[in-house]
Design a protein around this ligand. Structure first.
Ligand code: SF4
Length: 288
């Protein structure tokens, strides 16, 4: 079990990954964070997949982040923070093992997001990283081929609104038992990609209830908006499960370009001399 205090509340993370927040003063009705609980961290721009909708515009010419800069920047945060490490292809970073060792020593919970084809390519290395608990969770972006990590209890299939069709999403749910639905990002190559399929998005919206009965479904804020999840869930369930507006407890850190942002599709600002906590507090002032 992990506990940490953040602003006016305490976060508890159970061994099964369930996270709860409780205000330190029972009279408080809102959670006011001093620092992000979760960070989306991009460690490399290198990727050989050429996905035409890639919002990070990653290519084979993409560079790795400076590992020292990455660790120094994250060092200001306390144990228990969750990192979603991605790219590009995060497994391709030349100093990945060293980076994960440093993050593990600092007590961060490191999850990795990667394409299913890369998970297959690096399967033995991934098994080692999982065995040594350098990675806790795997987010596997759905692709053709074998879902070799679907049996692993801390893996979740990532699908994108308008890219993956309902049939494939249901198949992923059968394999993984958990699906994270991400919104389609009109950003990077996604801004000009013409293949975003509105029929897929509509079918997913219509099939959402059925999918929820099959297993665990979670969403990013963009998917919540694009699929109208609040209306589908109803107010009671919404208030029970909604984890907060984008940027209230999370942020994005591009360690390659050395930029901070509210999310991967928000306006990015150079890190400069700012700490993550300074950026986060400034962002809270703008949001509220
Ligand atoms: S979407 Fe992911 S797998 Fe595809 S090019 Fe971008 S980083 Fe690579």
């Amino acid at each position: 079990m992990i506990y940490y205090k953040n602003g006016n509340y305490t976060v508890t993370i159970k061994p099964d990954g369930t996270k709860t927040r409780e205000t330190n003063n029972p009279d408080d009705t809102v959670f006011l964070a001093d620092f992000p609980e979760t960070l989306d961290v991009k460690i490399t721009d290198y990727c050989d997949m050429k996905c035409p909708y890639c919002h990070e515009k990653s290519t084979k010419d993409g560079e790795d982040c400076d590992p020292d800069f990455l660790i120094d920047t994250l060092s200001t945060l306390p144990r228990g923070i969750e990192l979603a490490i991605g790219g590009g292809d995060p497994m391709a970073h030349n100093n990945l093992t060293w980076i994960l060792e440093q993050l593990q020593q600092k007590g961060f919970i490191c999850n990795m997001t990667l394409n299913a084809k890369h998970a297959y390519k690096y399967s033995q290395q991934l098994v080692n990283l999982l065995d040594y608990k350098m990675i806790t969770g795997l987010g596997i972006s759905l692709n053709d081929g074998e879902n070799i990590f679907s049996h692993y209890s801390n893996s979740v299939a990532h699908v994108i609104v308008g890219i993956h069709d309902l049939y494939d999403i249901k198949k992923a749910m059968e394999d993984y038992g958990k699906v994270l639905i991400l919104g389609y990002k009109n950003y990077g190559r996604g801004e000009t990609y013409k293949g975003m399929n509105k029929a897929f998005a509509k079918a997913l919206k219509q099939g959402l209830r059925g999918l929820m009965h099959m297993g665990i479904v979670s969403f990013d804020n963009l998917a919540i908006e694009q699929l109208g999840v609040r209306g589908i869930l109803g107010e009671e369930k919404w208030s029970q499960f909604y984890m907060g507006d984008e940027g209230k407890h999370s942020m994005y850190f591009d360690a390659v370009k050395q930029e901070f942002a509210r999310s991967s599709t928000s306006e990015r600002v150079p890190c400069g001399d700012m700490t993550i906590t300074e950026f986060f507090k400034e962002m809270q002032n703008e949001i509220s």
